[in-house]
Design a protein. Structure first.
Length: 352
């Protein structure tokens, strides 16, 4: 059996949710499990996060799967309906929905049953949301809409994980919405951890639930977060190479001394980033070493020089327990979100 396995820990997910709960104080938690729960498995994550107050997904398919799985808690559809048929299904599945356009309000108006709506305002990210200047007319339209039930005001932060922070958006948002006395939702993981003033009524943790830090300068361990996914494999071949020899496609890595090179059963077709350069951290037998040369479709090479006790069969951790996914992501010039979401369907997953 090919040794590549992604281990998903229910205990880690539950622990990270408890951390979010503690940070969030009296705010209710909407656990964000879009993108197959950031690669961890939709239904499994929903179950592991059973202490949440609500879930958020992107697609109606995911919401339907959760309902089929017996999830009766509130589910928020993060981008709302994409057409009138979606709007009908939102009511049919008893969902809460984001609404960020007038067209979505029109679709919902055709429903006979009102659904809870998160009216989304653009406070500066300029991605989704009504312009804040239209606040009063949007609110009036929503209140007169038979398809709209309880209203929450929502916005999303562009720089909660960066030095710029959230105040520039939070103040704008609050200025507009505060007189209306409806519940508010703004905080993602970074704002949950760093900006308690934005917690309001509903927080929306995503990445922190999976045990990754939203901040470059703070590790997941420093935030008391535990990795929910460990991607592990093994050495399947060893090459002893001479000075001047190269490794892998393009001979992209050239040895200047004699080296021992291990070949790991994991490649970019498994979701490991192809652009990870030589030097990306990897654990072999619990020892941190580095990748060598280009990542292939099904394999990658690691430096076993100075690790004479390693060989064929030695366990390898690509990320997770003992090697934070954030470190690997940084070395590869990306973020943990992308690595976790990109886990390929062909990887065997063990959920426990
Ligand atoms: C994905 C998402 C989140 C979660 O963000 P994290 O950075 O993963 O915590 C929160 N809110 C919205 C609207 C999202 O799309």
């Amino acid at each position: 059996m090919r040794p590549l396995t992604a281990r998903i820990s229910s205990a880690a997910l539950a622990h990270n949710l408890a951390v979010a709960r503690k940070c969030a104080g009296s705010a209710k938690l909407i656990s964000v499990i879009k993108a197959n729960a950031y690669g961890h498995g939709l239904e499994f994550a929903a179950q592991a996060l059973a202490q949440t107050d609500a879930y958020a997904v992107l697609t109606l398919d995911d919401a339907a799967r959760l309902r089929t799985h017996g999830i009766t808690k509130s589910i928020l559809l993060l981008e709302g309906p994409f057409d009138a048929e979606d709007a009908a299904n939102i009511a049919g599945l008893d969902l809460m929905t984001v609404v960020h356009t007038r067209q979505q309000l029109d679709w919902l108006a055709r429903n006979s049953k009102p659904v809870p709506v998160f009216l989304k305002f653009n406070s500066g990210m300029n991605r989704l949301g009504f312009p804040l200047q239209e606040f009063e007319s949007v609110l009036a339209a929503a209140r007169n809409n038979p398809g709209v039930g309880d209203i929450t005001f929502m916005t999303h932060f562009a720089t909660a994980d960066e030095a710029l922070g959230v105040d520039w958006q939070w103040q704008r948002f609050k200025q507009q919405v505060r007189q209306a006395q409806f519940p508010l939702s703004a905080a993602n993981s970074a704002a949950i951890l760093r900006y308690p003033e934005t917690h309001a009524d509903w927080v929306r943790p995503g990445i922190m639930l999976y045990g990754s830090s939203p901040f470059v300068e703070l590790s997941a361990a420093q935030l008391d977060l535990k990795p929910a996914m460990t991607l592990e494999s093994a050495i399947i071949a060893v090459q002893d190479i001479k000075p001047g020899a190269g490794v892998g496609y393009g001979l992209n890595f050239m040895a200047d001394t004699a080296m021992r090179v291990g070949i790991v059963a994991c490649g970019y077709a498994d979701g490991y980033p192809r652009h990870a350069p030589t030097g990306t951290p990897v654990l072999v037998n619990g020892h941190k070493t580095r990748t060598l040369g280009r990542v292939s479709m099904d394999m990658l090479a690691v430096d076993l020089s100075g690790l004479p006790w390693t060989g064929i069969g030695s366990p390898v951790v690509l990320w997770g327990a003992g090697l934070p996914v954030d470190e690997v992501a940084r070395a590869a010039g990306t973020i943990s979100y992308e690595l976790l979401c990109a886990l390929a369907p062909r990887v065997r997953v063990v959920r426990q």
